[in-house]
Design a binder for this molecule. Structure first.
Ligand code: BTN
Length: 337
């Protein structure tokens, strides 16, 4: 069970509002419907959820002081610090689930509103693109799924992925202060190693098509947290920046960035998106082999555009836009100089 399920959030709010200063127990007992016993049980609950609260005796009277908030993505902590308008309208925070995308899919089918956010400390069966596994180290990353019910006309999955990639990249770069790159369609790389990936799925519901956007962001992972096959290939914001990050701060930065870019996407401004994507792309100017179904085309990537796709100059010198949804894979070709 999630230890935050039954927390006395009123008591917590009073302690938080005091900004680390002591709050007199007498006043807290008076505010608690259960009196002294109620306060004791509320304190037990908060401590079990990881809050460090100490008893102090300033001027001889008993008081309580909040010393430490746990490193957990509790819904009430996220809400406290979130400044978005619609993302996070509802927040479901879980200790463990199979995949946040699966939980979000079920919630979307049950009518959950746009902006509903599912967070998990760990996933037993985190999914990546193309049937791959997303390795979810407990408590180290941000594993989230967002339900988005877009206004008409809805964006294509390709546009949605472009937009999400840009939003994730901007938020992560802001946190680490280093340049990142987007590897088509939307892996976030720092110095060639992957720090985030995303998996967007369209779900049919009674209220129309809902989009579920799953994002996995490696935040406080150390090298030894990654399985052998990911060492040297995966990275985290901590490894990139050289310091551990406050995960709630990283999450709220990410959600603000997503809301800003989704609002732009809803306004149909795909050129602004393209302009933001271009400098982040790891592919522009590179020779690649592009797979479409069973066919392969080799050429230089001249440009990328969320609505038009990939502009490829083939070996024969012809340029053509290839719609992103037709492309299954792009492999950069290492050319000898
Ligand atoms: C990829 O890089 O292939 C996509 C990875 C997406 C991982 C996230 S973690 C939260 C959400 N739940 C999942 O099962 N997958 C996405």
């Amino acid at each position: 069970m999630n230890p935050a399920a039954e927390l006395d959030l009123e008591l917590l709010d009073r302690l938080v509002a005091a900004g680390g200063l002591p709050v007199e127990v007498g006043g807290l007992i008076a505010a608690d419907a259960g009196g002294e016993a109620g306060l004791e049980s509320s304190l037990d609950g908060l401590r079990r959820a990881g809050y460090t609260i100490e008893q102090v005796h300033p001027h001889g009277s008993a008081a309580l002081r909040l010393l430490r908030t746990p490193d957990r993505l509790y819904a009430h902590e996220v809400r406290r610090r979130l400044t978005t308008r619609w993302i996070g309208a509802r927040i479901v925070s879980l200790d463990l689930c199979s995949s946040t995308n699966d939980v979000a899919r079920d919630l979307a089918r049950a009518g959950a509103p746009s902006g509903t956010l599912v967070l998990a400390e760990a996933q037993a069966a985190g999914r990546g693109r193309a049937g791959r596994v997303w390795h979810s180290v407990p408590g180290a990353g941000i594993y989230l799924s967002l339900i988005y019910r877009p206004p008409e006309p809805p964006p294509s999955l390709a546009v949605l992925q472009f937009t999400t990639g840009v939003a994730v990249a901007h938020a992560a770069m802001k946190k680490v202060g280093k340049p990142g790159q987007l590897r088509w369609p939307n892996d976030l790389l720092f110095a060639g190693c992957k720090a985030a990936g995303l998996l967007a799925e369209a779900i049919e519901t009674d209220e129309g098509t809902a989009l579920v956007i799953g994002i996995g962001l490696n935040v406080n992972h150390l090298d030894e947290d990654f399985p052998d096959d990911l060492r040297g290939v995966a990275t985290s914001l901590r490894l990139v920046s050289g310091h551990a990050l406050d995960r709630i701060d990283a999450l709220t930065t990410l959600l603000c960035s997503l809301e800003e870019w989704y609002d732009r996407m809803a306004a149909g401004d795909t050129d602004a998106l393209a302009a933001a994507w271009r400098p982040l792309s790891s592919l522009i100017g590179k020779v690649v082999v592009l797979t479409r179904g069973t066919g392969e085309t080799r050429g230089v990537v001249v440009d990328l555009h969320p609505a038009r796709g990939i502009l490829l100059e083939s070996d024969s010198g012809e340029e053509a836009w290839i719609p992103a949804e037709r492309v299954t894979f792009i492999r950069p070709v290492v050319t000898a100089k």
